[in-house]
Design a protein around this ligand. Structure first.
Ligand code: GDP
Length: 489
């Protein structure tokens, strides 16, 4: 009974918050833009570059308000949510622009407000408030857990972990799993070991070269302040239809799974996700290509599961009634500067093919979707280089100090030329019947295969080519135009 009263009070609170935000929106038009992507996808760099471009301008020909000179100015303002950490724009942009270092990556949710003054098409002075919400994609992949029971989740996790190449990675966890008796008495040490081995397995899957990307529960990989708490101390069990009696190990795990949903997933959904108007999902597609076909299938599944959450989001909470639903979603493949420009369109086609099922769903829900291959900060330049009497397209950059390739360790100062290889012209080559033949990116120069994994230093700003402090990019303006261009029209 108490539960119901609490739920009603909670719904009332959410509805009044939504109403308040809706009213505020009428006075100060606001866009809440979610930026997400799995760890290392490029969220921090993307937000920093986007805000830097809005504050300082730059070469952004496709971003119409700026290109037409209607953008008067943009300023940072205190954010509306007092309990959410601020996105550390100043430090991140200093790292990029002044120290030529990549900023520190996203580990938790953060927020930044920027107010854009512009001239509308009929000449009137207007403002748009842009609230950017940065959150780990691992948390987004948790949302489907809300509609799952512990039994369903266990069955799904087990089935996935028994397929190659996950099976090998799961061996230590599986070995422990068979020693557990779900119907036996609860046992904290067993739960701790199971959770640790299961987390090790998830981490192994995440290793770059496997590139497997469908890994809830997200806090097992990004625990934040919950590290070590019971809500993170559980793991799937193999129990089929066995009834889990009170006091059993299985019942304990089930309780903690439910706690995870209540303490972690629901608050994230309610306080952050359900309030977004627009969303950009960043994808390190290159890492997945390099990892091969299984990783691509995983990525496709992850994208589809992401879109399911967007729909679930629109239906389940009464409070969303007052807000316009998420009406635009951008899937952006990041770090396109690791490829020659001839491959950028191909990358976009592959991503489109990959998000086809997701796009169908989104259309159904009334949202617009776009796909772009971009580099928020371009760290390389292009050249044609002769190699064994062949002229090959190459990209040139400064590898980070300590990066190694082909037995060489780089000092962070000297340039190398990389022959990045081509993506297939026809995306179907990656997904069709012969997808098994796909073994990762085709490499133009096999001797340089390892170089594809190099991380480059951010660019030193070339004063001649750019205005002072301007950051070079690839297609960041297209992303901006899709995400907020229409709201500045
Ligand atoms: P996050 O975990 O999603 O916040 O990822 P970050 O934004 O911190 O990016 C992770 C790493 O990817 C950075 O440290 C860079 O090495 C690399 N990276 C991100 N964006 C770009 C880009 O536009 N170009 C290049 N070359 N590297 C990038």
């Amino acid at each position: 009974m108490l539960g119901t009263a609490a739920t009603i009070a909670e719904e009332a609170r959410l509805a009044s918050r939504a109403l308040f935000e809706f009213a505020a929106h009428l006075v100060h038009p606001t866009v809440r833009l979610g930026v997400t992507g799995l760890s290392g996808a490029g969220k921090t760099v993307f937000i920093t570059a986007l805000v830097h471009a809005l504050l300082n301008g730059g070469r952004l020909p496709v971003f119409e308000p700026l290109a037409c000179g209607r953008l008067v100015r943009a300023r940072l303002k205190p954010q509306p949510d007092d309990a959410v950490p601020r996105f550390d724009y100043e430090n991140h942009s200093r790292a990029l622009v002044e120290s030529h270092r990549w900023p520190e990556s996203t580990r938790r949710v953060s927020e930044l407000r920027i107010v854009v003054e512009y001239q509308s098409a009929n000449g009137a002075e207007r403002t748009l408030t842009l609230d950017i919400v940065d959150y780990p994609g691992e948390w987004l992949l948790d949302l489907p857990l809300l509609t799952m029971t512990f039994a369903q989740w266990s069955a799904q996790m087990l089935a996935l972990s028994r397929e190659a190449p996950r099976r090998t990675l799961a061996a230590p966890w599986h070995a422990h799993l068979v020693t557990l008796r779900p119907e036996g008495p609860e046992d904290e040490q067993a739960a701790l070991t199971a959770a640790k081995l299961f987390t090790d397995y998830l981490k192994a899957c995440r290793e770059e070269r496997y590139g497997l990307r469908l890994l809830p529960p997200g806090r097992f990989l990004m625990p934040g302040e919950l590290a070590g708490s019971p809500a993170l101390t559980f793991a799937p069990l193999d129990f089929g239809d066995t009834h889990l009696a009170k006091g059993s190990l299985g019942a304990m795990m089930e309780r903690r799974f439910d706690a995870y949903k209540n303490v972690v997933v629901r608050p994230f959904f309610r306080d952050h996700f359900a309030r977004l108007d627009r969303q950009v999902v960043l994808i390190d597609a290159l890492a997945a290509f390099n990892a091969g076909p299984t990783a691509l299938v995983d990525l496709e599944a992850a994208l589809t599961s992401v879109l399911k959450s967007f729909r679930a989001g629109n239906r389940t909470l009464a409070s969303t009634m007052f807000r316009p639903r998420i009406d635009r979603i951008l899937f952006a493949a990041t770090k396109a500067d690791h490829l020659h420009h001839t491959s950028h369109d191909r990358l976009e086609r592959i991503l489109t093919r990959m998000s086809e099922r997701a796009i169908e769903r989104a259309k159904f829900a009334g949202a617009r979707i776009d796909v772009v291959a971009l580099a928020a900060v371009r760290a390389t330049r292009e050249a044609l280089i002769e190699r064994r009497r062949e002229i090959l397209p190459a990209i040139i950059g400064v590898p980070l100090a300590g990066e190694t390739a082909a037995g060489e360790t780089f000092d962070g100062a000297s340039e190398v030329a990389v022959f990045p290889g081509d993506l297939p012209e026809d995306p179907q080559a990656l997904f069709g019947a012969d997808a098994g033949a796909f073994k990762g990116l085709t490499v133009a120069d096999p001797e340089n295969a390892d170089y594809r994994f190099l991380r480059f230093r951010p660019p030193t700003i070339d004063e001649r080519a750019n205005r002072p402090g301007e950051l070079p990019h690839i297609r960041l303006d297209r992303a901006l135009q899709f995400l907020i261009g229409d709201r500045l029209a």
